[in-house]
Design a protein around this ligand. Structure first.
Ligand SMILES: Nc1ncnc2c1ncn2[C@@H]1O[C@H](COP(=O)(O)OP(=O)(O)OP(=O)(O)O)[C@@H](O)[C@H]1O
Length: 233
């Protein structure tokens, strides 16, 4: 799926990737997944509960290793990496956005974002400025010193998106990014993800919400561990 974009380098390349949990009893949660996502694509992934979406996210996010097949991220073969190299690749190249924000409540917005730079070797002095720039990019330049408890749900998710972006990832991996937001706020967050995508970011959104899924340029469906794609007209 998705090999028709010459010129743009692939970010995600899954070849017959699968994951079988050992059990007991053993269970195949993802089976024979073939997928190429190129730089600058906006891809959504849907599927019913238990279909294998989290399993897929964990593999693409380098949180889990496929038990069969291969996974190249930015051309790097990830399956045979040592744990610490996989962790480093994840930190450098993937920005995660979750449904429930995962912000530290006693740290300001700028501190929450700057924390993402602690483990990737960014010098301490540079972290604050980079974090402010990331907050500016998501429209929160006026709330950099705010504590998460004083921010709305949409603003908290903007902080989380700034935190995901600040390290300059090649992939923004979003797990139900609007699941905790009302419809209007969800719409603005999706608009922000679209703006970032327009500016070149590769975005992958996992959702159970078909309205959210329609915002993607490509929508993949996972059902019973199998991935399919319906090509848009
Ligand atoms: N550690 C595990 N061992 C065995 N089976 C597992 C394990 N983790 C998940 N599964 C099973 O794999 C299947 C896919 O799970 P997964 O969490 O990927 O689904 P999902 O699509 O993310 O569901 P939801 O939308 O409810 O979060 C499910 O049937 C689940 O019960």
């Amino acid at each position: 799926m998705g090999d028709d974009q010459p010129g743009r380098p692939p970010v995600i390349e899954l070849r017959q990737a699968g994951l079988r949990y050992p059990g007991p009893p053993p269970f195949t949660a993802l089976d024979g997944c073939d997928l190429t996502v190129h730089q600058g694509e906006f891809v959504t992934v849907v599927g019913p509960s238990g279909a294998g979406k989290s399993t897929f996210l964990n593999i693409v996010g380098l949180l889990d290793i496929p038990t069969r097949g291969s996974y190249l991220l930015d051309g790097f073969d990830t399956v045979n990496l040592r744990d610490r190299d996989r962790t480093a690749l994840r930190g450098q190249r993937i920005g995660f956005v979750f449904q429930s924000f995962h912000l530290l409540p006693h740290r300001t917005a700028v501190e929450n974002v700057a924390l993402a730079l602690v483990y990737n070797g960014t010098p301490r002095k540079a972290r604050g400025d980079l974090a402010r720039q990331a907050l500016l990019r998501v429209g929160l330049g006026h709330r950099v010193e705010a504590l998460p408890t004083t921010l709305s749900g949409g603003e908290r998710q903007r902080v989380a998106i700034a935190r995901a972006l600040v390290g300059g990832p090649s992939l923004l991996l979003c797990d139900e990014p609007t699941g905790n937001l009302d419809t209007a706020t969800a719409d603005t967050i999706l608009g922000l993800l679209e703006d970032l995508n327009q500016a070149g970011m590769t975005v992958l959104v996992i959702t159970h919400d078909t309205a959210v899924a329609q915002r993607g340029c490509r929508t993949l469906t996972i059902r019973d561990g199998k991935m399919t794609e319906r090509v848009k007209e």
